[in-house]
Design a protein around this ligand. Structure first.
Ligand code: B1M
Length: 211
């Protein structure tokens, strides 16, 4: 088995220390940081994402795998920069105004990073203005919004209206999600995409960067 496969498997099992060891070993053996990222870490996280979508694994396993992914990514980051590997693109992610739930948002961020999207994470309870500012500063092409309360889901629409008012609606794709959110609601407020889970959100975000 190749060392990148070993990394992928260790990540899927959430074995952080083993991922770190294998990543270091791979670098010593001359495997490129890009191959470690794509064939090891991202491949492993994609598997976890698929299993999560199919209810074969659950939130704790995803969080543990993501922790292993972060540990591996931290080691190769300087090498990636040296190899000139660019992220697929940038996305702003947050939970909307008035809402403090962040587990789903964090999963979305992890899945985005798992497919190579750089995330600007604004945290929870985020006002539309702050999102607009972050998009302007970073040049992000995707905004990923999350809400868990029926009382805060209306703020997804507020972000879209603020983008329109700032003349920026065409520059970014707005993706929304969270337990109370539906495709019907997304259509109603003019969001570009809704997905019911974080792994599918990453697939859709990736398609926005590729098209
Ligand atoms: Co809150 N809470 N909570 N809570 N909480 C719920 C959501 C609730 C359903 C519980 C209940 O009453 N049965 C209820 C909402 C009812 C409603 O609005 N209809 C509720 C309430 C009422 C409240 C408070 C108002 C309680 C109070 O103070 N009286 C309060 C609100 C505070 C606030 O936000 N202003 C509150 C507080 C909290 C805690 C702080 C205690 C804690 C949050 C901790 C944290 O997030 N760090 C908490 C929790 C943990 C929950 C429950 C138990 C779990 C939510 C969760 O994390 N689920 C929840 C009840 C439940 O769901 N059983 C509940 C797991 C997470 C992975 O799911 O975020 O949906 P989710 O993400 C999913 C998908 O939705 C999707 O991907 C994930 C799966 O892959 N997804 C996206 C999410 N974002 C996406 C974005 C996308 C695409 C997909 O594109 C960008």
């Amino acid at each position: 088995m190749s060392i990148t496969n070993e990394i992928s498997l260790a990540l899927q099992k959430g074995k952080r220390a083993q991922v770190q060891e294998l990543v270091k070993k791979a670098l010593e053996e001359g495997v490129s940081a890009k191959a470690i990222l794509n064939e090891g870490l991202i491949a492993g996280m994609s598997e976890v994402g698929e299993k999560f979508k199919n209810n074969e694994v659950y939130v704790p396993e995803v969080l543990i795998a993501a922790r292993a992914m972060n540990a591996g990514t931290a080691i190769i980051k300087p090498y990636l920069a040296a190899e000139g590997v660019e992220p697929v693109g940038k996305a702003v992610v947050c939970t909307v105004r008035g809402d403090l739930h962040d587990i789903g948002k964090n999963l979305v961020k992890m899945m985005f990073e798992g497919v190579g999207i750089e995330c600007i994470d604004l945290g929870v309870d985020v006002e539309a203005d702050k999102i607009i500012e972050a998009v302007k500063e970073s040049g992000a092409k995707v905004i990923g919004l999350s809400s868990l309360l029926t009382t805060t889901m209306v703020y997804h629409a507020e972000v879209i209206k603020a983008l329109e008012a700032a003349g920026m609606r065409d520059q970014v794709k707005v993706m929304i999600g969270g337990a109370p959110v539906t495709q019907e609601f997304a259509d109603e407020i003019g969001a570009d995409a809704y997905t019911s889970d974080a792994a599918s959100a990453a697939d859709v975000a990736l398609s926005f960067f590729k098209n």
